[in-house]
Design a protein around this ligand. Structure first.
Ligand code: HPA
Length: 273
């Protein structure tokens, strides 16, 4: 459900007060494995989602719900540590209130992160993929129920091409590997079958995961630019021997997240939005 107007207004008012003179223009949404990014912020102000009426109440292990405002070098950021997933209740608009809050605070760029399975042996666990485009295989939209012509948003360049190129250049300049490809959104919470993964490969997907796409749609609808990074935690179903599990995803993300976080920090400090 989109947030009720009073909940959104109360959330924005509280955050304006807590942010004081800070004017962050970039927000970073941290998915599984990316949690060690948050401690890199200096002068941090932190609020649990539970204090923010327009934000979701989170349940899944490994997805803490905290908003942190702080600085990375010279860049003011709002970091959202934790997202609610559509697989928890079947609704794609779980993060509508959070994204609406960012837009109301004047945020112009949403940088998303997630954990994903890889469909390409050349992109093994530990690799990071810049999302160039997505497949919304769930065929749900967080905009169902919104009104007006603005709901018919153009998704041609959903992942901002100019910022993608800056991200690639920044990674290259720092000698850090950054892959690129199409991210396929599946609802979950079950992992895919090998036949589903073969289908996704035929459709052009290079990574598969259970998040990000709804928030990209919400952010584009709110006029934000979007970048997204997938941390590869496993080869997708049928492409590795080991059975897939949430515990394995979290453990793999934990083991390789530091490199991904270095890359994210490098890119964020190089972007010129
Ligand atoms: N499939 C779907 N979501 C995922 C995967 C996967 O293989 N790995 C991490 N998130």
């Amino acid at each position: 459900m989109p947030p009720a107007a009073p909940a959104l207004a109360a959330t924005v008012a509280l955050l304006r007060e807590r942010l004081g003179a800070r004017r962050p223009r970039t927000a970073v949404l941290l998915g599984s494995g990316w949690g060690s990014f948050a401690p890199r912020l200096s002068d941090a102000v932190e609020l649990p989602y539970a204090d923010l009426p327009a934000f979701p109440r989170l349940g899944v292990v490994g997805h803490a719900g905290r908003l942190i405002a702080g600085r990375l070098g010279a860049v003011e950021l709002i970091v959202l540590a934790g997202r609610e997933h559509a697989y928890e209740h079947g609704r794609a608009d779980a993060m509508a209130g959070a994204i609406a809050t960012l837009a109301a605070l004047g945020v112009l760029l949403l940088v998303q992160t997630n954990a994903a399975g890889s469909l390409d042996a050349a992109m093994p666990p530990g690799a990071v993929m810049l999302v160039r485009d997505h497949l919304n295989l769930v065929q749900q939209s967080p905009l169902v129920g919104t009104q007006g012509d603005t709901r018919f948003i153009d998704m041609t360049a959903a992942y901002d091409p100019a910022l993608c190129n800056q991200a690639l250049a920044a990674a290259r300049g720092a000698g850090l590997a950054l892959h690129e490809g199409v991210y396929a959104w599946v609802l979950g919470p079950q992992f895919e079958t090998p036949a589903e993964i073969r289908m996704l490969a035929l459709l052009g997907a290079r990574a598969v995961g259970m998040s990000t796409v709804p928030e990209t749609i919400l952010a584009r609808h709110a006029g934000l630019r979007v970048l997204a990074f997938s941390l590869i935690t496993n080869m997708a179903a049928g492409l590795q021997q080991q059975a897939l599990s949430h515990a394995h995803t979290l453990a793999a993300a934990e083991a390789t997240g530091a490199g991904a976080v270095d890359l994210l920090a490098t890119v964020l400090q190089a972007l010129e939005p």
